[in-house]
Ligand binder design. Sequence first.
Ligand SMILES: Cc1cc2nc3c(=O)[nH]c(=O)nc-3n(C[C@H](O)[C@H](O)[C@H](O)COP(=O)(O)OP(=O)(O)OC[C@H]3O[C@@H](n4cnc5c(N)ncnc54)[C@H](O)[C@@H]3O)c2cc1C
Length: 458
Amino acid sequence: MSVQKAIDQLKPQFRGQILTPADGGYDAARKVYNGMIDKRPGAIARCVDVADVIAAVHAAREQDVLVAIRGGGHNAGGLGICDGGLVIDLSLMRSVRVKPAARTARAEGGCTGGDVDHATHGFGMATPTGTISTTGIAGLTLGGGIGHLSRSYGLTIDNLLAVDVVLADGSFVTASAEENPDLYWAVRGGGGNFGVVTSFLFRLHPVKMVNAGPTFWPLDQTPQVMKAYREFITQAPEDVSGFFAFLTVPPVPLFPTDLHGKKMCAVIWCSTAAPEKADKVTKAMRSVGKPALDHVGPMPFPVMQSLFDPLYPTGMQWYWRADFFKEISDASIPVHQKFAEALPTGHSTMHMYPINGAVQRVDNTDTAFSYRDALLAGVIVGVDPDPKNKEKITNWTKAYYDAIHPHSAGGAYVNFMMEEGQDRVKASFRDNYDRLAAIKKNYDPTNFFRVNQNIKPA
Ligand SMILES: Cc1cc2nc3c(=O)[nH]c(=O)nc-3n(C[C@H](O)[C@H](O)[C@H](O)COP(=O)(O)OP(=O)(O)OC[C@H]3O[C@@H](n4cnc5c(N)ncnc54)[C@H](O)[C@@H]3O)c2cc1C
């Protein structure tokens, strides 16, 4: 394995930038979103087009070099980068082309959610993505894609019409319902296991304004709020949504100063229904107990999509653990409350995203995403800007996870996982794992693409 030989082979054919540890810009380019990750690749190939990606795959394979694929660099486990080896970095490939009449958008593999929202909003449309706009569309989509629009329009993969992929042998294919349907099935939830996706074709929906914002309650009302939320979210119409959260009120002018620094339970609303309908449907839930704040109203969709960006800039310490939940059981509520009271830092949080509604109109075996029978995708997130607090946030997250996992459905959303080993990967793909392994064998028999939540070739 020689990275230098791979670089020598790649250079004459490459239009983008190749950065090695000797180059200025290398340190900036190897940084990823999670400040805990400190990996040093042998080289970073910053591709500008599909030909660059093809050349990089050939060079790495022929010189037997480990490869990581980087989209938005948001993977908390650091799976968009590697130690030694070659990073195929798509972060310069960020164009989006909207076809308004066809209601589609084609996004290049390095786009962020914000790139897609910006381009589609201009046409009064959107596709479901995530809740922080700096997240890469590639990793997010390939793992499933959960966000504010999930209940209305499904997961991101439910709106994925086609992908262009550079396979491990360097060949370029399209996967869709008509072409390579097995690959199309696998990339909808199976992660970056099957090749480098250079572009995504998404279905768009008419979404311009949403009715959105938070309702906060003091933590001592957690049991009442959680019980009301689990009833509410099971019955709410698909165009009304909100995720449950524990958080500390940030010290920003948006919130009254007497709430700053207070730990709260919350519902963060985002509904595609008309404001009158959204208000009517959510009114009873927003009036449960004694809310400390209720700040919900119409706003442009991209504003909601980027509302939390300033709170979560790149480079913070980040450790998370996840589970799917079929219910919020009575027995789990005191566990949640105990760990909410112990939120270790102001940025640390716990979210439960609803994945019923439109998500459940697709079966578990229709795509590789295998937990559509769950009600909620939960994630416990330890976050802090200060590396000195790394252990504190990690310990809280692990302890919370250990205590709540027995109340879960068993597996987790792969995009909310750290590197947690093969058993956890299998638990998350459950009955779909064997089919994924067979498809992996077909498209990547040597496991060339293995820096990911890895599916081993069957
Ligand atoms: C602050 C924050 C908020 C988040 N919010 C949400 C959310 O609301 N909803 C949600 O569903 N997820 C969310 N996530 C999780 C997110 O989906 C994953 O972290 C995802 O892996 C990020 O994708 P990326 O392209 O940015 O990551 P990267 O680190 O670049 O890559 C992640 C993985 O995807 C693979 N990959 C990346 N690009 C490609 C490509 N072009 N072709 C093939 N494989 C590729 C990589 O090999 C790697 O295994 C969030 C993450 C963070 C840190």
